[in-house]
Design a protein around this ligand. Structure first.
Ligand SMILES: Nc1ncnc2c1ncn2[C@@H]1O[C@H](COP(=O)(O)OP(=O)(O)OP(=O)(O)O)[C@@H](O)[C@H]1O
Ligand code: SF4
Length: 271
């Protein structure tokens, strides 16, 4: 597991965005994956850093589960999702012997691995580094902030489901961002209604509008509402490129609009 100490290249990363949520299961990894793919299709070079050490789902969602990371003189070589090597992924999932192995580590060991993921991975120059985090605030968050902060100002995107309980947890996450000095580039409401595949009528399965209201109260941009979309769920299960393959699916317009809003926000100036 130990990577050779290498220079890596985190200084060449243009814009770091941490994807956060107060509650588990609201779609953080989904938004991380689709945002990364949408930025890639907009011509950007993208890295994805999966620091959800206990639930690394991004390798499966991107169809690269079971691939191995290699070492070079600059450290670990990330797994490239596309042939042109413009989408790079690093995840603890690549270091487990079996995909279902559990990572049962204490804080210091997790922090050391995350530091290696930042400093000892040969990321190369990237326009964006999308960081998928565990729910809430944990050792993994603190370790990622500590490791990345010397190289780049850090932005956060908060994902919530529409229900009041998720929105309440997301509000706490926004407080964490303020205390940790993260600029919030916006809130995304996920699982926001179900669009009937027959008549395209949208039914609010849970309540609706909580994410937008939260953004308004916090004074941060609302980036959009992503509906529940069975095609998106299938695409993630099968590790397919939803953005390229399913432009007429219900969640596509919202995911594209979110990526456009992210693209329109330049990174905060470097200190
Ligand atoms: N808009 C959506 N439409 C359909 N399925 C979705 C949508 N968003 C998420 N899902 C599905 O919901 C499940 C949970 O999503 P995901 O793993 O992204 O959540 P998470 O917040 O990252 O979870 P965790 O707390 O484990 O990190 C996944 O199976 C995913 O495919
Ligand atoms: S939304 Fe319309 S088409 Fe879809 S199931 Fe309901 S009635 Fe049928």
């Amino acid at each position: 597991m130990e990577a050779a100490a290498g220079p890596g290249n985190p200084a060449g990363i243009g814009h770091v965005i941490l994807i956060l949520s107060g509650k588990g299961g609201v779609g953080k990894s989904t938004i991380s994956t689709e945002l990364a793919l949408a930025l890639h299709h907009a011509g950007k070079k993208v890295g994805i850093l999966d620091v959800d050490l206990c639930g690394p789902s991004i390798p499966r969602m991107l169809g690269v589960q079971g691939r191995a990371v290699h070492q070079c003189s600059a450290g670990w070589v990330p797994v490239f999702v596309d042939r042109e090597q413009t989408v790079a992924l690093m995840s603890v999932g690549f270091l487990l012997e079996q995909p279902d192995d559990a990572v049962v580590w204490r804080g210091p060991k997790k922090s050391a691995l995350i530091k290696q993921f930042v400093c000892d991975v040969a990321w190369g120059p990237l326009d964006y580094l999308i960081v998928d985090t565990p729910p809430g605030t944990s050792d993994e968050h603190m370790a990622a902030l500590e490791a990345l902060r010397p190289y780049s100002p850090l932005d956060a995107l908060v994902v919530t489901a529409p229900q009041a309980v998720s929105v309440g947890d997301a509000r706490r996450e926004l407080t964490f961002c303020r205390k940790a000095g993260l600029r919030v580039i916006g809130v995304v409401e996920n699982m926001s209604g179900f669009v009937c595949p027959h008549c395209t009528e949208c039914t609010s399965v849970f309540s609706q509008g909580g994410g937008e209201e939260l953004a308004r109260l916090a004074g941060v941009p609302f980036l959009g509402s992503v509906p529940l979309d069975p095609q998106l769920a299938r695409s993630l299960e099968e590790g397919r490129d939803f953005i390229r393959e399913f432009p007429s699916s219900a969640a596509f317009p919202a995911l594209s609009a979110i990526a456009q809003r992210v693209l329109s926000q330049p990174p905060a100036p470097r200190p």
